[in-house]
Design a protein around this ligand. Structure first.
Ligand SMILES: Nc1ncnc2c1ncn2[C@@H]1O[C@H](COP(=O)(O)OP(=O)(O)OP(=O)(O)O)[C@@H](O)[C@H]1O
Length: 309
């Protein structure tokens, strides 16, 4: 079992009377992507801010492997963390390469190391041929990619990404996802905040769902789906309107017009039984489709609200 590279415990932050983050805890292993999923205002950015040392928590601790913390070695701690902020933070009128070098200089990197790393991160985000151009001439997706390169120049072991795909086109989004997969396979630990459940589903090994500043659930996707009454859905198109008596006693069933939705634990195992039970009751099925639960369903189940209210 790999050792945790980061452990956050009891993080709390209030702004005046409003508690933005209550007692949030999480941990992260090398090579792991932790999705921090929650609606707008859930406290994701505040949590990330406390982990990277930009926001001072009212309570709680964050410790890196080896016991390093902001309290005992702030500079050492920050060298091991990279932040991709939600708002793009670039010097628009300086060439892309110089933006990266400025971030590297902040970490005290030696010029020859910095030059090599700038080349590496430019190549990684697919901007080598635009190194001399100013971000002012870049598309939104290219700026996002440069923002990521700046966060990686000092080769941090923990990378915090705060909604890094906001406002990017699908092509850049895929390029960013590829970069994150590369970082993950290189053993980096990533915290990825998003309110897009598809992104969390695609990228995250484990997910922490936050709402109103609190962790409402955490675990692998399988563990989160297990919180639902049924993780898979059979959608049956009926031939005509069956009478309600014929459908009585079928558990986990929802009637939507001429369609029936039946939640099952395992489609492969349970579909035959459901169809046989319907046939026995004289209910004719014209078509069949299947769907699986999403993290949106998990959020709805836990909070009674949609993720994107
Ligand atoms: N600097 C601040 N001053 C006052 N209130 C703040 C500040 N930063 C955040 N908040 C409040 O704290 C709560 C959590 O905000 P936060 O930005 O952490 O949420 P989020 O989950 O990142 O949302 P989003 O997805 O919209 O970025 C919100 O109610 C927000 O208004």
């Amino acid at each position: 079992m790999k050792q945790d590279v980061l452990v956050a415990q009891g993080l709390r932050k209030a702004y005046g009377d409003r508690v933005a983050v209550h007692e949030v805890g999480l941990s992260l292993k090398p090579g792991e992507v932790l999705g921090l999923l929650g609606p707008n205002g859930a406290g994701k950015s505040t949590t990330v801010g406390m982990i990277c040392g930009l926001t001072v928590p009212d309570a709680g601790t964050v410790t890196l492997a080896g016991g390093l913390s902001l309290g005992n070695d702030e500079a050492g701690y920050k060298r091991r963390i990279g932040l991709v902020p939600q708002d793009i933070a670039l010097y628009e009128e300086l060439p892309a390469r110089m933006n990266i070098e400025l971030f590297g200089a902040l970490y005290g990197m030696a010029p020859e190391v910095l030059k090599r790393r700038a080349d590496e991160v430019l190549a990684m985000v697919g901007l080598s041929d635009r190194a001399a151009d100013k971000p002012a001439t870049f598309s939104g997706g290219m700026k996002r990619r440069l923002n990521i390169a700046c966060a990686l120049v000092h080769d941090p072991e923990v990378i915090l990404l705060d909604e890094p795909t906001a406002g990017v086109d699908p092509q850049s989004r895929n390029a960013i996802f590829d970069n994150l997969e590369t970082l993950k396979s290189a053993g980096k630990a990533l915290i990825y905040t998003t309110h897009y459940m598809e992104e969390a589903e695609r990228l995250a090994d484990r997910i922490v769902i936050v709402d109103h500043g609190r962790v409402v659930a955490s675990g692998t996707q399988a563990e989160l789906f297990a919180l639902l009454p049924a993780a898979q859905l059979l959608q049956l198109e009926l031939d005509g309107e069956p009478d309600d008596v014929a459908l009585q006693g079928l558990t986990g069933m929802k009637r939507v017009g001429q369609r029936l939705e039946i939640g099952v634990a395992d489609l492969a195992r349970d579909t035959g039984g459901v169809l046989a039970a319907l046939a026995q009751r004289g209910v004719k099925v014209r078509g069949l489709a299947t769907a699986r639960a999403t993290l949106e369903d998990v959020f709805l189940q836990l909070t009674g609200r949609a993720l994107r209210d």
